[in-house]
Design a protein around this ligand. Structure first.
Ligand SMILES: Cc1cc2nc3c(=O)[nH]c(=O)nc-3n(C[C@H](O)[C@H](O)[C@H](O)COP(=O)(O)O)c2cc1C
Length: 368
C-alpha cells in the first residue's frame, strides 16, 4: 500500500488469473473515463508493436467496484486486467537457474521457494498494468483540479533526444509509435532496439515525465517531500534504476548563479521563473513551475545471449540462454507506467493539500 489520501495496492501475478489495482480514498463523483484507461493500457500492452514483447495480450480491463453510473462512488475502486496469453514453459527452470538481472534469485530466497516464478510472478513488469490503471484514475482526479501529466521516451541505448521538449509535444507523443515526442529521434531509437534484438541482446533507456498546472504547495518538507514521494512510486516500477528532478545530476558541476531559477513577473502579472532547473520542486514542495523528471531504465534482463548462472540445486555453474517472449527495451513500455506513478503521487498530495485549502478558506472567511 502506498499513499495517505489516494491509497494504492497492486495485486496479481504475471501468469496467474489477473493483475490489478485497488485504490482507496478516491473522492466520489469523479467522471470515470473508460477510454482513458483503455488508451493508457494500450500504450503498455505487449504485442502492440514489433519492438515490444510478442506476448499477445488484449489487456481487457474490468472495474469490479467503486464506479456507479459513470462516476466514482467514494468506495474502494478495484480494477483488473485478465491474463490470457500465458505460456509458462520457458519458466520451468528459472527457480533453479536464476536469470541474472531478474528477481528469480531474490524471490526464491525471500519466499522460501513458495513464490510463483512463472513470468516473474508478482515481481513481473506485467504488474505495471495495475499501476497504469490507477494512474488513469489519478489523472481523472487531477483533471478536475486542472493538473495534467504526460511522459515520453528521451533515450534508448546511445540514442538521445537532446532538446528540451514542450509539454504539449509530450502529450502528442502518446499517439506516436515509440511514445517519443521527436519523430526523427524515434526512428533512430527504433533502429537501436532492432539492432540489439537482432544481436540477441537488449538496451536500456530514459523516460521523461512532465506535470503542468501543479499548484504551489504540494508535498511535505523533509521526510514526505514531493520528490521523495514521487521517487518511491517511480522506483517501484520494475527495471527503474534512477530518477532525477529537473536538471538533476547536471546541476552538480555548475555554479549557483547558473542553477538557481530566478524569479520574474509574467506579462499577466503573475510570478514566474527564468528557468526550471529545480524541476518544479523546492524544499520538497511544488513551486508552481512544471514538474519535470527523468527515469533511467536498465536493459531487459532476459536475453538469448549466453550468460553465466548457477544451478542452485546442484551448486554448479551453467550457461544460460533465456528463451520466451521478452521486450528488447523495457523503457518503451514503461512510458505509461512512469506517467501513472507521477499521477498517483500527485493525486495523493493534491487530495491531502485540498483540506488545507478548505482550512484556508475557513480562516479567511473569519472562522479563525
Ligand atoms: C513494462 C515492463 C516490461 C518488462 N518486460 C520484461 C521482459 O519482457 N523480460 C524481462 O526480463 N524483464 C522485463 N521487465 C523488467 C523486469 O520486470 C525487472 O527487471 C525485474 O522484475 C527485476 O526488477 P529490477 O530490475 O527492478 O531489479 C519489464 C519491466 C517493465 C516495467
Amino acid at each position: 500500500m502506498i499513499g495517505r489520501a489516494f491509497r494504492l495496492s497492486l495485486f496479481g501475478e504475471s501468469h496467474g488469473r489477473c493483475v490489478g489495482a485497488l485504490v482507496e480514498g478516491c473522492p466520489p463523483g469523479v467522471p470515470f473515463d473508460e477510454g482513458l484507461v483503455r488508451a493508457d493500457l494500450d500504450r503498455r500492452r505487449p504485442g502492440s508493436a514489433p519492438l515490444v514483447s510478442q506476448r499477445s495480450e488484449p489487456d481487457e480491463f474490468e472495474v469490479l467496484s467503486g464506479v456507479y453510473r459513470g462516476r466514482t462512488t467514494g468506495g474502494p475502486v478495484v480494477m483488473v486486467v485478465w491474463n490470457v496469453d500465458v505460456d509458462s514453459t520457458p519458466y520451468d527452470s528459472v527457480d533453479r537457474v536464476p536469470r541474472p538481472g531478474h528477481a528469480d534469485y531474490t524471490a526464491r530466497v525471500k519466499y522460501m521457494g513458495f513464490g510463483d516464478p512463472r513470468g516473474g510472478g508478482h515481481l513481473s513488469g506485467r504488474m505495471t498494468a495495475g499501476l497504469v490503471m490507477a494512474g488513469s484514475l489519478a489523472k481523472m482526479v487531477l483533471g478536475v483540479l486542472g493538473v495534467s501529466v504526460a511522459a515520453h521516451l528521451v533515450q534508448v541505448g546511445g540514442v538521445r533526444l537532446d532538446r528540451e521538449v514542450e509539454p504539449g509535444e509530450i502529450v502528442r507523443a502518446a499517439s506516436s509509435g515509440l511514445w517519443c515526442a521527436d519523430p526523427s529521434a524515434a526512428r533512430l531509437m527504433e533502429e537501436e532496439i532492432l539492432r540489439a534484438r537482432s544481436e540477441g541482446d537488449s538496451v536500456g533507456g530514459i523516460v521523461e515525465a512532465v506535470a503542468t498546472g501543479v499548484p504551489v504547495g504540494l508535498g511535505e518538507p523533509l521526510l514526505e517531500g514531493l520528490e521523495g514521494e514521487i521517487a518511491r512510486l517511480i522506483l517501484a516500477i520494475p527495471a527503474a534504476k534512477g530518477v532525477e528532478f529537473g536538471a538533476g545530476f547536471r546541476l552538480a558541476p555548475v555554479r549557483g548563479s547558473e542553477a538557481n531559477d530566478q524569479f520574474a513577473v509574467s506579462p499577466d502579472g503573475t510570478l514566474t521563473r527564468l528557468s526550471n532547473n529545480a524541476g518544479g520542486v523546492e524544499g520538497g514542495i511544488s513551486n508552481g513551475m512544471p514538474l519535470r523528471l527523468r527515469v533511467a531504465f536498465k536493459p531487459t534482463p532476459s536475453i538469448p545471449t549466453p550468460q553465466r548462472s548457477v544451478d542452485l540445486e546442484e551448486m554448479r555453474e551453467v550457461e544460460l540462454r533465456v528463451t520466451g517472449r521478452h521486450d528488447p527495451c523495457v523503457a518503451v513500455r514503461a512510458v505509461p507506467a512512469v506517467e501513472a506513478a507521477l499521477a498517483v503521487a500527485l493525486a495523493d498530495h493534491a487530495l491531502r493539500w485540498l483540506s488545507w485549502v478548505e482550512w484556508g478558506r475557513s480562516l479567511s472567511s473569519g472562522g479563525g
